[in-house]
Design a protein around this ligand. Structure first.
Ligand code: NAD
Ligand code: MG
Length: 396
């Protein structure tokens, strides 16, 4: 068996740590060759001490100097780099063949695109990268000739429910009629609407079923996460938007489904534990032990499925609308949402302003073609500025 050489973009986050957990159990299959983080120097130092990658990357020079010192003291000769361009170096110069794209938000786009162009196996957790640049990203994958394996649990489930040999958009011959994405509905699925005004970041980040980073936890509470996932599914699986449906399934046991022409519906079930999709992506087409407890059918509560209430989850409607418009609208949606969520988490912006701010930004910025990485990054930057300005006017 050839050992897979793995680079992890965002190794200190929730997905990154789960990825290392799966890798740790299979040293005969995987070798870590690059690890990257934004600011968590101590955690990255521990990871480097354990996995001894060729390259480690931090966001800035101060962090890199601290990491360098910690590693030299232990005689570990990992090369320490910093800054956005170093994330690309971690992908192109580490000798990796597999890249876990697990940076949160737009910051992951450029290195993930580099992995796509370089023909790596891309394990895509960083859905924002695909939402921002769907067409370009899929083209880059095609050009590079590598494999794209979705790690987001819903998309990983759909991938598993499609025929084995599927790696590109399903051809009409597959008989796929619809993709059914499940959503937990987050912590406020049943909260009276008049109580949503006072939601705190801690309440929004307390997801009932999944333990995740703070940004995606808030996205799950607003259901913007499911909106981003509809756009993600559109690009990954090449079906029209009308064929992608969302169902609230509070138990998070059925991770998503594919409905076929002949009446069959194929579902993937499992514990809400990201190590299952991560292990599947790492070892595909084989299956390996992910360290996940077996699902016990008889201990499950009843499984239920409902249509989402769009009045409760306006972010979901905004995402559907942006997806329909296409071009740079999803780029703007994503950028506005990142800024709005950060303002809610770190600056006390009220929870209910998140959809307002996103909607205002979407209507303020004209849609154009998302046809080059430069134009996408420019629109992303413009949308961030416009969103910050709206937030300032709310605060004044
Ligand atoms: P997280 O916040 O726990 O971790 C994010 C990682 O990205 C960290 O290692 C952080 O250091 C790094 N990072 C953040 N900003 C950066 C920047 N500007 N430059 C370089 N590195 C930066 O997030 P997470 O929950 O692990 O999510 C990561 C991605 O995976 C997100 O796109 C999320 O939507 C997706 N995802 C996560 C889960 C989950 O269960 N956590 C499930 C599905 C999809
Ligand atoms: Mg998901």
């Amino acid at each position: 068996m050839t050992i897979k050489q793995v680079a992890i973009l965002g190794s200190t986050g929730s997905i990154g740590v789960n990825t290392l957990d799966v890798i740790r159990a299979h040293p005969e299959r995987f070798k870590v060759v690059a690890l990257t983080a934004s600011k968590q120097v101590d955690r990255l130092a521990q990871q480097c001490a354990e996995f001894k990658p060729a390259i480690a990357v931090l966001a800035d020079a101060d962090g890199a100097a601290r990491l360098e010192k910690l590693l030299r003291d232990q005689n570990i000769n990992t090369q320490v780099l910093y800054g956005p361009q170093a994330l690309v170096t971690a992908v192109t110069d580490s000798g990796c063949d597999t890249v876990m794209a697990a940076i949160v938000g737009a910051a992951g786009l450029v290195p993930t695109l580099a992995a796509a162009k370089a023909g790596k196996r891309v394990l895509l957790a960083n859905k924002e990268a695909l939402v921002m640049s769907g067409n370009l990203f899929m083209q880059a994958m095609k050009q590079g000739g590598g494999e794209l394996l979705p790690i987001d649990s819903e998309h990983n489930a759909i991938f598993q429910c499609l025929p084995n040999q599927y790696t590109k958009a399903p051809s009409p011959g597959l008989g796929v009629e619809e993709l059914w994405l499940t959503a937990s509905g987050g912590p406020f699925r049943n909260t009276p609407l008049d109580q949503l005004g006072g939601i705190t970041p801690e309440q929004a980040c307390a997801h009932p079923n999944w333990v995740m980073g703070r940004k995606i936890s808030v996205d799950s509470a607003t259901m913007m996460n499911k909106g981003l996932e509809v756009i993600e599914a559109f690009w990954l699986f090449g079906l029209s938007l009308e064929k992608i449906k969302v169902f609230i399934h509070p138990q998070s046991v059925v991770h998503s489904m594919v409905r076929y022409r002949d009446g069959s519906v194929i579902a993937q079930l499992g514990q809400p534990d990201m190590r299952t999709p991560i292990a599947y992506g790492l070892a595909w087409p084989e299956r390996i032990d992910a360290g996940v407890a077996p699902l016990s059918l008889t201990q499950l509560a009843a499984l239920s499925f409902n249509e989402p209430d769009l009045a409760r989850f306006p972010c979901l409607s905004l995402a559907f609308a942006a997806a329909k418009v296409g071009g740079t609208a999803p780029t703007v949606l994503n950028a506005a949402n990142e800024i709005a969520v950060a303002a809610f988490l770190d600056e006390g912006m009220p929870y209910l302003q998140i959809p307002n701010v996103v909607e205002k930004t979407l209507s303020a910025i004209p849609v154009s073609n998302a046809d080059s990485i430069e134009s996408i990054l420019e629109i992303d930057a413009q949308a961030r500025t416009v969103t910050r300005d709206f937030i300032k006017t709310f605060n004044s």
